[in-house]
Write a protein of this length. Structure first.
Length: 285
């Protein structure tokens, strides 16, 4: 069985991109499930799949994060990878689907888990907003705050891979800098009535297609307004994703022994230590 990918909300399970992509397991928040049931749920996933990878938003409420770590601790399992990512909700859903796609490939659980941080850098996640006055997940200048009070103003905001903000209404509308590689654009509409994302942003970014999905329940809170259109442009071709992950050198984790890519193990969170680099930093005798 492939490594299980689990998410923290059912609206983060996007439709499979092809018939080979498995679904994600949906974990329940503390308010909806007793602690013992959470333990039993994750234990069953481990028994069936061997390993579980859980990408979740870094802004996930603290009680939910504490529940995840508590269940992992009670199970005394180093086969559960908890991966906080600094993406807005739709971006987390896209990342989870990419990991689902790769879970049926020839990657070990350690590589799959540590690939989450790599893939997150290739997801262009943002939103179209009528105001940025209460936005706290993306840096906003005082000028942009002031412009938010002007009626009819709309802003395009990019949260990842690097913060960007552009006023898209008025005499000189701006535009966000997009990816330099092939992507598909996923759009989730809130209460803001606008076709700007599909009619302006999508052609400017030369996306290979635009798909619509339901807005995640946590998106209005993340963006500080229900009046939004959330979007995420990402690589959808599993062969390209496979090539991207395969191109990174694999190393054994010096703590748990699993394979990893990048600078940190996805399962035990131990940083990768290059002994050659350590020797280079030692002072000469």
């Amino acid at each position: 069985m492939p490594t299980a990918i689990a998410v923290t909300s059912g609206d983060l399970v996007l439709p499979p991109s092809d018939r080979h992509t498995p679904l994600a397991a949906v974990l329940q928040p503390p308010s909806a499930q007793p602690f013992e049931a959470s333990i039993a749920e994750l234990h069953a996933l481990l028994e069936q799949h061997g390993y579980v990878v859980v990408p979740y938003a870094a802004a996930l409420p603290a009680p939910y994060v504490q529940r995840l770590h508590a269940v992992r601790s009670v199970l005394e399992s180093d086969r559960i990878a908890l991966l906080p990512v600094g993406l807005p909700p739709l971006g987390v859903a896209v990342l989870a689907r990419q990991l689902r796609q790769l879970s049926v490939c020839d990657f070990s659980p350690g590589v799959l888990a540590s690939a989450g941080r790599l893939l997150a850098h290739y997801i262009y996640a943002g939103a179209l907003l009528p105001t940025v006055t209460r936005l706290d997940h993306v840096p906003v200048s005082l000028t942009a705050h002031a412009k938010s009070w002007m009626p009819g103003t709309q802003f395009a905001v990019l949260a990842s891979p690097a913060p960007q903000l552009a006023k898209v209404t008025g005499a000189e509308p701006g535009l966000l800098e997009g990816p330099a590689f092939a992507t598909r654009l996923l759009v989730a509409r809130g209460q803001l009535q606008s076709d700007w994302v599909s009619s302006v942003l999508a052609p400017a970014w030369q996306v290979q297609g635009v798909l619509e999905t339901a807005l995640p329940a946590d998106s209005p809170g993340w963006w500080a307004t229900p009046r939004l259109v959330e979007f995420a442009a990402a690589i959808s071709d599993v062969s390209v994703l496979h090539q991207l992950v395969s191109s990174v050198r694999r190393e054994p984790c010096r703590w748990c022994g699993l394979e990893l890519i990048g600078d940190r193990c996805g399962f035990c969170s131990a940083p990768f230590a290059d002994p050659h680099a350590q020797l280079e930093r030692l002072p000469a005798q």
